[in-house]
Ligand binder design. Structure first.
Ligand code: PEP
Ligand code: MN
Length: 295
């Protein structure tokens, strides 16, 4: 059997809740929903996402400033300029921020500005990076490798845990297969298996799995129905203008419709969508608008 002494659950009911902030956790009854443009492009773009979506139900924003691109000639992310935007959007939206890191150096650069560090598929077995994020105490969102087996995925998680960081969220984002119609094959079987084998939360990224926006809402609903602890979904104020992954970006109204459609499914599987009281939401919107004026 797999020597994943920290990741595997010891009893049938053992489940860990990963604390993101004092009021937000991943792995509890509330679904952990992360909205995200593929890459941070400018402050207005991030602000439009934050303003259009139900703050509260959306529990984190993701913005990437370092982009792992297949081609070295493609947009590589705004780096330092993007970090300034991330800190501004964190301040004005009060939402936790998730961002991807690809090296130990990038971990050091972003650590004080963000709440969750994502390690993307291409780095799932970058063992030195796994050891580095094992030595911090912020939550790590680890995505399954492009062709990683479930066991390899669990052992990558084990690297982080065994270096001292217990705060790991797993993310299924589709695996490579022969079919080119979908970008990847969303492996919902892995979601079920990972939740049975480990005590850690498992969320689903239907965007990189499907690669086509019209497939995403149904896959997202299926993910919640099979027990996923949350979703991370790409959306953009003007999807067709997205600098990366435009074909899979949802418009903000479509994102809202998708989120609304999750409530009944969540209930059927003993989960819930966080519904923030309107008054609080209004406060947050006016905070956002004021910040727009000032900034
Ligand atoms: C991403 O989340 O933006 C990304 C590049 O995804 P993945 O690592 O799953 O390909
Ligand atoms: Mn993307």
């Amino acid at each position: 059997m797999l020597d994943a002494r920290l990741a595997l659950r010891k009893t049938e009911n053992e489940r860990s809740i990963i604390k993101i902030t004092d009021s937000i956790g991943c792995g509890a009854k509330d679904l952990f929903i992360v909205a995200r443009p593929c890459a941070v492009e400018d402050l207005a773009q991030m602000q439009q996402v934050a303003e259009a979506l139900p703050l509260g139900t959306i529990q984190a924003l993701r913005g990437c400033i370092y982009k792992p691109r297949t081609s070295p000639y493609s947009f590589q992310g705004l780096a330092d300029e993007g970090l300034v935007i991330l800190s501004q959007i964190k301040k004005i939206s009060s939402l936790p921020i998730v961002t991807e890191v690809m090296s130990s150096q990038q971990v050091a650069t972003v650590i004080d500005y963000v709440d969750v560090l994502q390690i993307g598929s291409r780095n799932m077995q970058n063992f030195e990076l796994l050891k580095t994020v094992g030595q911090i105490d912020k939550p790590v969102l680890l995505k399954r490798g492009l062709s990683a087996t479930i066991e390899e995925f669990i052992m990558a998680v084990e690297y982080v845990l065994s270096h001292g960081n217990p705060n790991v969220i797993l993310c299924e984002r589709g695996i490579r297969s022969y079919d080119t119609y979908t970008r990847n094959v969303l492996d919902l079987g892995a979601v079920v298996a990972l939740r049975q084998l480990t005590h850690l939360p498992v969320i689903v990224d239907p965007s990189h799995a499907a690669g086509k926006r019209e497939l995403i809402p149904d896959l997202a609903r299926a993910a919640i129905a099979c027990g996923a602890d949350g979703l991370i979904i790409e959306c953009h104020p003007q999807p067709e203008l997205s600098v990366s992954d435009a074909r899979q970006a949802l418009s903000l109204p479509d994102m809202q419709t998708l989120i609304d459609s999750l409530a009944d499914i969540a209930k059927a599987v003993g989960r819930q969508l966080v519904a923030k009281p309107m008054a609080t939401q209004q406060d947050q919107f006016s905070m956002l608008s004021q910040a727009t004026l000032v900034g």
